[in-house]
Design a protein around this ligand. Structure first.
Ligand code: NAI
Length: 338
C-alpha cells in the first residue's frame, strides 16, 4: 500500500460511505488482475464510470503503482489497491461487482485451452475469495479459456453452497465488439449503429456470429458470410499474431469489459431493457453453459433469451460449436470435482 495519511483516509471513507447502493450513488467494483494488460486500461475506464463509487484494484504485482496512478484522476470513484494473496479478502469485502482478468494470455501458436493449466488454478483461488467475502457479488469472468473458467467458478461456488447462476457471467463482449466493427466495415456504416448477436462460447468455432440477425437488418453474399465468420472467430488470434509474443488483446478487451460491466451495473440499478451477450448457465441448448443474449437486472441475469431463427449455415455452426463446448465445459467441471 502507498502510505495514505489519516486525513486522506478519513476523507476517502467519508466519500465512499455517503454513497448508498444503487441510484445516483454508485456501486463497489473490484478488478482482480488489475495490473495486467487488460486490468490497467480497464481500471482506467471503470474509474471514469459514474456508476462506480468504490474501485478496488487487486493484483499479485504492481497494484500499488497502478492504484496511485489511477487515483489521481479527478472522477468520482474512490480507488484502493491490494497486493498479493494476504490482501485478497480486503479487496473483495462488500463488492457488488467483481471483474476477473487475472491470468496468463496467449502467445502465437497457442489456443485458449493451452492456458488452462495456469489459469484454472488462479480462477479457483479468486473464486474461493469471492465465496468468503462477497458471495452475492456479480462476477464478470474474463480469464481464458472462458468456456472452462466459467464452469470452474460455478463448481467452486456450488461446493461452497453460494452458487447463484444469475450472478456468474463469462465475458464474450469482445466477440460482439469485433463482430460489430467488421460487419460495419463490410456494410460501410458506423460501427456504433450495428448490433451482431454472437452466441456459443469464446474460442474458435464456438464463437458463433448470427449474421442473419444483424441489426439493422441486412443481407450478405456467401463470400461475405464466410469472410466475416472467419474473421470474427479468429479476431483474437489476429491480435496475438500482430503482437508477436507480447500478449493478446488488451485495449479492445478492456473497452469491451468496461462496456459489459457498465451494462451489469445499469441492470443492478434497475434500468429496463439492458441486453448483452454473455456465456452463462443456460437452457437454450442441452449444454449447461452457453453464450447468448441475456437481459440484465437487479439480480444479474434476469432472463436468458432464445437464439431466434437460425439459417442452415448457422445451424451447422451451432452443431460444431456445441461439440467443442461440451468438452471445454466438462474439462472445467472435472478440474474442481476430481
Ligand atoms: P497479463 O499477463 O497482461 O495480465 C494478467 C494479470 O493477472 C497480471 O498483472 C498478473 O500479475 C495477474 N495475475 C496473475 N495471477 C494472479 C492471481 N493469482 N491473482 C491476481 N492477479 C493475478 O494478461 P492480459 O493480457 O491482461 O490477459 C488476462 C486474461 O484475459 C488472459 O487469461 C487472457 O487470455 C484473457 N483474455 C480474455 C478475453 C475475453 O474475451 N474473455 C480477451 C483477451 C484476453
Amino acid at each position: 500500500h502507498p502510505p495514505v495519511s489519516q486525513m486522506e483516509e478519513t476523507s476517502l471513507l467519508r466519500r465512499a460511505n455517503c454513497r448508498s447502493k444503487g441510484g445516483a450513488s454508485g456501486f463497489k467494483v473490484a478488478i482482480l488482475g488489475a495490473a495486467g494488460g487488460i486490468g490497467q486500461p480497464l481500471a482506467l475506464l471503470m474509474k471514469m464510470n459514474s456508476l462506480v463509487s468504490v474501485l478496488h484494484l487487486y493484483d499479485v504485482v504492481n497494484a500499488p503503482g497502478v492504484t496511485a496512478d489511477i487515483s489521481h484522476m479527478n472522477t468520482g470513484a474512490v480507488v484502493r489497491g491490494f497486493l498479493g494473496q494476504p490482501q485478497l479478502e480486503d479487496a473483495l469485502a462488500g463488492m457488488d461487482l467483481v471483474i476477473i482478468p487475472a491470468g496468463v494470455p496467449r502467445k502465437p501458436g497457442m489456443t485458449r485451452d493451452d492456458l488452462f493449466n495456469i489459469n484454472a488454478g488462479i480462477v479457483k483461488t479468486l473464486c474461493e475469495g469471492i465465496v468468503k467475502c462477497c458471495p452475492k457479488a456479480i462476477v464478470n469472468l474474463i480469464s481464458n479459456p472462458v468456456n472452462s473458467t466459467v464452469p470452474i467458478a460455478a463448481e467452486v461456488f456450488k461446493k461452497a453452497g453460494t452458487y447463484d447462476s444469475k450472478r456468474l457471467l463469462g465475458v464474450t463482449m469482445l466477440d460482439v465488439v469485433r463482430a460489430n466493427t467488421f460487419v460495419a466495415e463490410v456494410l460501410g456504416i458506423d460501427p456504433r449503429d450495428v448490433n451482431v448477436p454472437v452466441v456459443g462460447g469464446h474460442a474458435g468455432v464456438t464463437i458463433l456470429p448470427l449474421l442473419s440477425q444483424v441489426n439493422p437488418p441486412c443481407s450478405f453474399t456467401p463470400e461475405e458470410i464466410s469472410y466475416l465468420t472467419n474473421r470474427i472467430q479468429n479476431g483474437g488470434t489476429e491480435v496475438v499474431e500482430a503482437k508477436a509474443g507480447a500478449g493478446s488483446a488488451t485495449l479492445s478487451m478492456a473497452y469491451a469489459a468496461a462496456k459489459f460491466a457498465d451494462a451489469c451495473l445499469r441492470g443492478l440499478r434497475g434500468d429496463a431493457g439492458v441486453v448483452e451477450c454473455s456465456f452463462v448457465a443456460s437452457q437454450v441448448t442441452e449444454l449447461p453453459f452457453f453464450a447468448s443474449k441475456v437481459r440484465l437486472g437487479r439480480c444479474g441475469v434476469e432472463e436468458v433469451l432464445p437464439l431466434g431463427p437460425l439459417n442452415e449455415f448457422e445451424r451447422a455452426g451451432l452443431e460444431k460449436a456445441k461439440k467443442e463446448l461440451a468438452v471445454s465445459i466438462q474439462k472445467g467441471v472435472s478440474f474442481i470435482r476430481k
